[in-house]
Design a protein around this ligand. Structure first.
Ligand SMILES: *Cc1c(COP(=O)(O)O)cnc(C)c1O
Length: 400
């Protein structure tokens, strides 16, 4: 018996589901890159990208994934030997710090573990200890995709300001932009990094770096930015080709323009944030019910205030995490995310973790469907679990 034939559902935290409308917009002959539709669409994309981030400042678009956007930000923020403080709440703060270090930046990492948010007292202490104000930038992650910890960016900015330290604040919002609230200007974020393939519903291949005028002025003349990564011409090009330092990523731009139309102009950002929050709570409710019958099944982040709305990291006990993922994919056509950074792949414990994505182009029937498949998988595999998970998730969806 196999029930997987039908439309597959990729519920991993990136790449996310690409809407048919986005795919259709990309399905076209190669366009002229010197005049016409593409040029006009790019101007609209730039305006919409600023709206999504909540900024009136600047955005540079790179032909890159998230790792490329990380390097784009670092290349413009620092000169060789300058200092950063990175706040790690899972895997990705450590990854960004490693990239910066290899590029010649001196990075201190404050590691808050795999299931906690930033301890603001430790952040303040680290900044107060830096009496000479050598730390140029604080790097942080909004939602860490491995742990699903979501940090309070407003609180982090306030903590920095409370110490009187002038550090810039750079935020990795790759997993959260378009899913969780982001107001770059109002929140005092100087640099924001994202990529096309998560909340922005477009295939991997575009990386974005938004930057404030303050960041541009303070970082002008740095020695890490090569011509390709220099954010200046990309954000304020004299000619169209400077937007991309060469040939435009033509088809990705048509796809992204359609995705931004859906997100910004049709659904609206606040509605999209509310949709993600509600679907996240449905997932958490199902885990709460499963947990009541088996304490080994649990969410990674205890406090709902610090859980991301686009991805949920959980454990169900080894080897059931891997077994359940395999069952859901092979028997029911739903692909769940691996547990990332919780244990090494060669350790037994690795097989106890998984992640459920609810990111981007996802609605109630997709999330409830994934949860129902997981519930069936727990039954089929004989994993003990509390009853009522689907009723609990449906009740969240049914709230007024
Ligand atoms: C996905 C992700 C990255 C890396 O993006 P890639 O496109 O895989 O290079 C970095 N940070 C966060 C928070 C992410 O979710």
């Amino acid at each position: 018996m196999n029930l997987a034939n039908g439309r597959p559902y990729l519920a991993i935290p990136g790449p996310s589901v690409v809407p048919d409308r986005v795919l259709a917009a990309m399905h076209r002959p190669a366009p002229n890159i010197y005049e016409g539709d593409l040029i006009e669409k790019t101007a609209r994309i730039v305006a919409d990208l600023k709206t999504v981030a909540g900024t009136k400042a600047n955005v540079a678009i790179y032909i890159a994934n998230g790792h490329g956007a990380w390097e784009g930000a670092i290349a413009n923020l620092f000169s060789r030997g300058e200092k950063a403080l990175s706040l790690a709440t899972g895997r990705f703060g450590i990854g960004w710090a490693d990239a910066a270090r290899r590029m010649g930046v001196e990075v201190d990492v404050l590691d808050f573990g795999r299931s906690s948010t930033v301890d603001l007292a430790r952040l303040e202490a680290a900044l107060r200890a830096d009496a000479g104000h050598e730390i140029k930038v604080v790097l942080t992650t909004q939602t860490d995709t491995a742990s699903s910890v979501r940090n309070d960016i407003v609180a982090i900015r306030k903590a920095i300001d409370a110490t009187g330290h002038p550090a810039l604040l750079a935020v990795d919002a790759i997993a959260s932009l378009g899913c969780d609230e982001m107001r770059m200007d109002a929140w005092g974020v100087d640099v924001l990094v994202a990529a096309s393939q998560k909340g922005l519903m477009t295939p991997p291949g575009l990386g974005f770096v938004w930057f404030s005028d303050k960041a541009r002025e303070r970082c002008r003349g740095g020695d890490l930015a090569t011509p390709y990564w220099d954010w200046g011409p990309r954000a304020a090009p004299d000619g169209y080709y400077q937007h991309f330092c060469g040939t435009a990523p033509t088809h990705h731009l048509f796809g992204l323009a359609e995705a931004l139309t859906m997100l910004v102009h049709e659904e609206g950002l606040e509605a999209a944030w509310a949709r993600h929050a509600r679907l996240a709570r449905a997932v958490w409710a199902a885990f709460g019910a499963w947990n009541a019958g088996n304490p080994d099944i649990a969410l990674n982040v205890a406090d709902p205030a610090y859980r991301g709305h686009s991805v949920t990291a959980a454990r169900i006990g080894a080897p059931f995490g891997t077994n359940l993922r395999n069952w859901c994919e092979q028997q029911a056509g739903v692909t769940l995310g691996i547990g990332l950074g919780m244990a090494e792949p060669n350790e037994t414990a690795y097989h106890g973790f998984l992640r459920v994505a609810h990111m981007g182009h996802v609605n109630a029937h997709m999330t409830l469907g994934a949860l129902a498949v997981m519930d069936a998988g727990l039954k089929s595999l004989g994993v003990p679990h509390g009853k009522g998970a689907l009723e609990a998730a449906a009740a969240v969806v049914a709230e007024a």
